[in-house]
Design a protein around this ligand. Sequence first.
Ligand code: MRU
Length: 367
Amino acid sequence: MKVDGIPYRTIWPAADDPGVVEIIDQRHLPHRFVIERLASVNEVAIAIREMHVRGAGLIGATAGWGMYLAAREAADVAGLRAFGDQLKATRPTAVNLAWAVDRQLAVLEPIVGQQARVEAARELAMTIADEDAECCRRLGQHGLELIREIAARKGGKPVNVLTHCNAGWLAFVDHGSATGPIYAAFEAGIPIHVWVDETRPRNQGARLTAWELGQHGVPHTIIADNTGGHLMQHGLVDLVIVGADRVTYTGFAANKIGTYLKALAAADNGVPFYVALPSSTFDWTMQDGIREIPIEQRGNEEVKYMDGVTADGRIEEVLVTPPGSPAANYGFDVTPPRLITGLITERGIIRPADEKTILAAFPEKRS
Ligand code: MRU
C-alpha cells in the first residue's frame, strides 16, 4: 500500500546489507514515519515484544525473517531451535508467530551446513511474507462480494463498515485482513465509509487504521470504543469486519480486547459480523477458544498513560489516571462462533463459522 504515494510493505530485506531486515516502526505512527533496521535475532525479538511491529500476519512474517537472521547467527541446529524459542516467547496470542518459526525449523533442521541453511531460510522468509500479502489480497476479493451485495441494496449510499483495532496492511505484509475487502471495494469504486474504533489502550484504530485509510483516501471516522452499539441501533453500520490473532478450527476468534462486545452488539442488532483472516491464523489444535487461547496481559502503563503530539510538534506522554490506581491490561478477547456470521479467508467465505464448514474449506487439515 502507499505512503505519501510511494508503495511500501511493512517488512523487507535491506538492499544494502544481507544481515539486515527493515521494518516500519509502528510506535511512531501516525505522527512520524520511521524505518528501523533489525540486524540480530535479539533486535527482532525486541521489535515484536515492544510492538515496533504488531498484528498477527506481520508478527508471523517478522518471525520468518527473524529465523533467517537466526540461521546467520547459529552455527548449528540446536542454536537455531534456541533462537526459535526466544522468538516464540515474545508474544503469546497471535498463532502466526509459532507457525512461522515452526515452518522455518521444519525446513532448516534437516539441512546440513550453515550456509545452506541461511540460503533456505532467506527464501522461506520471503515466501512467508509473499504468501501473507497474497492471502490478504485474495480474501479481500472474497470480502468485496459481500460489500458489493450490500452496496446494491443501498442505491449509491456509502456502505458503512465498522472495524476494531488495526487489521490493516500495517498488521500484515500488505493489504490487510479486515481492510482487504475495504480496499478492494474502494478500488472497485463502491462508495464506502469506515467507522474506526479507537481501540484503547494502545489506540491501534485511532493511530494506525485511521492513518493507513487516510493515506489511501478511504473515507473514515474515528469513534470512541463505546460508540459502536449506538451506531448499530440507529442503522448506521451495515457490516462489521474485524481481524483475528488466532481462530480455532471450531470457529472461536481471538482478537483485540473489545471485539467480543462489538459481536454482541452486532448480534443484538442483526448486523453481519465477519472475521477476516489468512489461513496462517487458524489454530488447528485448539478446540475451546475461551478456555485454551492464551490471552496476553501487557503492562498497566499502557492503560494509565497516553502519548500524542503537542501543539509545538513534540511527542509527549501524559498520565490519565490517579497515579496510585492499579490498572489491568488484557490484550485480547475471544468471540464464540455463534456470534460470527462468517470467516473471510483466502479460500472464500466460510459460513457458518463452525468446525464442519471450516474443515470442509481446509480438508487437508482434517487429520
Ligand atoms: O496487540 P496487537 O496490535 O498486535 O493486536 C493485534 C491486532 O492488531 C488486532 O487484534 C487485529 O485486529 C488482529 S491482528 C491482524
